[in-house]
Ligand binder design. Structure first.
Ligand SMILES: [Zn+2]
Length: 79
């Protein structure tokens, strides 16, 4: 087996060494935002997750709400 050194603190899937550093950094930031654990605003469950782009859903209380594409709170992503 060939041993490989891991680069960086967070291993990201998807882009490999392609597309340049800026795009990969942005992709990493978005992925990290997306994979965050979120609390359902209704029941407080951590299962609150995105089921489609802009649609957020809690399987525990069936609460469904429209939000940002990568985060429920779009104000946080705006600069
Ligand atoms: Zn809920």
């Amino acid at each position: 087996m060939v041993s490989r050194r891991k680069h960086g603190p967070v291993k990201l899937k998807g882009l490999g060494a392609k597309f340049g550093a800026t795009v990969r950094k942005q992709y990493g930031m978005i992925q990290r935002t997306l994979k965050q654990k979120r609390k359902c605003p209704l029941c407080g469950s951590l299962k609150f997750d995105r089921i489609a782009v802009g649609i957020w859903y809690c399987p525990k209380c069936q609460y469904k709400v429209a939000g940002g594409a990568y985060d429920i709170n779009i104000d946080k992503l705006r600069r």
